[in-house]
Design a protein around this ligand. Structure first.
Ligand code: ACO
Ligand code: ZN
Length: 162
């Protein structure tokens, strides 16, 4: 699908989900049931991607295509790519893998006719926020006490395609 140095971005397969769950467990406080991952993969296989290094999965991005109110145009409806979760294993960060996963998922969302992409991120997650900003995402709202521990989320969105 795409290559950055020795990293390859490709679609997630069913047999990769176990590793994706393990990476989520070690990198993020937000966890989901195993069923949730398999469901997203079954329904949105085009936008569930992994990064591979030396035959091992070191990162993933899991997205959903939704239809609803635009985050970018007042009162408009839009087909949106929702970045549900993205993570890169710690030893592999700062090498452009997260950026490549985001770009590849946006390309895939565009192919599924989405015109914008959005996500929620912890207000204190500076690395992730900086990455999204570099890719053109802007904060569109703030959700107080969004996370279980009471932390607020920023909703960030970007136009995608063309
Ligand atoms: N060589 C060296 N550095 C690079 C390269 C490169 N080729 N490309 C980019 N960089 C730099 C960037 O400039 C950036 O630097 P800065 O943020 O210090 O200015 C930094 O590396 C990060 O960019 P990437 O390497 O593309 O991103 P990374 O692979 O490190 O992944 C991520 C970013 C996913 C946020 C990672 O930090 C992570 O897994 N964090 C924990 C999980 C997490 O917080 N996920 C997001 C939650 S929100 C949600 O899921 C919607
Ligand atoms: Zn979300």
């Amino acid at each position: 699908m795409a290559k950055v140095g020795d990293y390859e971005i490709r679609r997630c397969e069913r047999e990769d989900v176990r590793t994706v769950i393990d990476i989520n467990m070690e990198t993020l406080p937000e966890h989901y049931s195993d069923y949730f991952y398999y469901e997203i993969l079954a329904e949105f296989p085009e936008t569930f991607l992994v990064a591979e290094f030396d035959g091992a999965i070191v990162g993933y991005v899991m997205c959903r295509i939704e239809y609803g109110f635009s985050h970018l145009r007042k009162l408009g409806l839009a087909r949106k790519g929702h970045v549900v979760s993205i993570a890169v294993k710690e030893q592999h960060r700062g090498k452009g893998v997260g950026t490549m996963l985001m770009k590849a998922s946006q390309d895939a969302m565009t192919q599924k006719a989405a015109t914008e992409s959005y996500l929620e991120v912890r207000v204190t997650n500076n690395d992730a926020i900086a990455l999204y900003q570099r890719l053109g995402y802007a904060v569109t709202s703030r959700l107080e006490a969004y996370y279980k521990d009471g932390e607020a989320a920023l909703v960030m969105a970007s136009k995608i395609g063309q």
